[in-house]
Design a binder for this molecule. Structure first.
Ligand SMILES: *[C@@H]1O[C@H](CO)[C@@H](O)[C@H](O)[C@H]1NC(C)=O
Ligand SMILES: *[C@@H]1O[C@H](CO)[C@@H](O)[C@H](O)[C@H]1NC(C)=O
Ligand SMILES: *[C@@H]1O[C@H](CO)[C@@H](O)[C@H](O)[C@H]1NC(C)=O
Length: 194
């Protein structure tokens, strides 16, 4: 490449950057709960700064599958695509938010929001975040101890059983509210069953 065409290329790149800078879409941020209980509703939000441009579309995906689209200038502006397990409450969904009702474990995954500015730029940005749907135990844990009384220095064996949950529960033992006693050694025998 001779020196002259090098200069021309630089001029073209600068011009593109100027045009790119004027599209007016920045600071796109997605907010998705890291964890939500199955059966609850989940509010997913997408925030952005369009500067002086107006919004053309906001699209929501789970993985690569689109489930909700909002186009403010169309009537109706909401479109919900049928996706297994996803129920959108459109009364609580708009140009920033989408509300999923009664979520189930299968909705664990990565969510994306895609924001597009209106003509002439149609500048588009995508952000993504994970959400995990958990099943919490519906009953309190129960403790069964081998013996109710035991001489000093002996070992007490006890089981703590939690109700079903996914992912598996974290179980912590305390003695009179204390889980840092130096005079007691706690040995865990983890036992997870399906
Ligand atoms: C929530 O979804 C479950 C299936 O995932 C269904 O059995 C239950 O009836 C639904 N509850 C409501 C309030 O829609
Ligand atoms: C704890 O559970 C194990 C496995 O189910 C069982 O063998 C043991 O007897 C239980 N111990 C007590 C104190 O219930
Ligand atoms: C727990 O026990 C340790 C010593 O075994 C003691 O230093 C600490 O103050 C106790 N904490 C509580 C909350 O009782």
């Amino acid at each position: 490449m001779d020196n002259q065409s090098g200069k021309i290329q630089r001029a073209i790149i600068c011009l593109l950057l100027l045009v790119g800078g004027a599209t007016g879409l920045k600071d796109v941020k997605i907010k998705v709960p890291d964890m939500v209980r199955s059966g609850d509703d989940a509010l997913l939000s997408c925030n952005y700064d369009l500067e002086s441009a107006s919004l053309y579309a906001i699209k929501w995906y789970r993985g690569d599958v689109e489930f909700y689209r909002y186009l403010p200038k169309e009537a109706p502006s909401h479109t919900v695509f049928p996706v297994q397990g996803i129920k959108v409450d459109i009364s609580k969904s708009d140009n920033h938010d989408v509300t999923l009702v009664n979520v189930s474990r299968e909705l664990t995954g990565r969510y994306k929001c895609e924001v597009s500015a209106d003509a002439p730029s149609f500048h588009t940005a995508i952000k993504e975040a994970p959400m995990e749907v958990v099943d919490v135990p519906e009953t309190n844990p129960t403790i069964v101890a081998e013996r109710q009384r035991l001489p000093a220095g002996e070992t007490l064996r006890a089981n703590c059983t939690s109700g079903p949950s996914r992912p598996a529960p974290v179980i912590k033992w305390t003695l009179n509210g204390n889980h840092t006693r130096a005079d007691v050694v706690i040995q865990f025998c983890p036992r997870l069953t399906d």
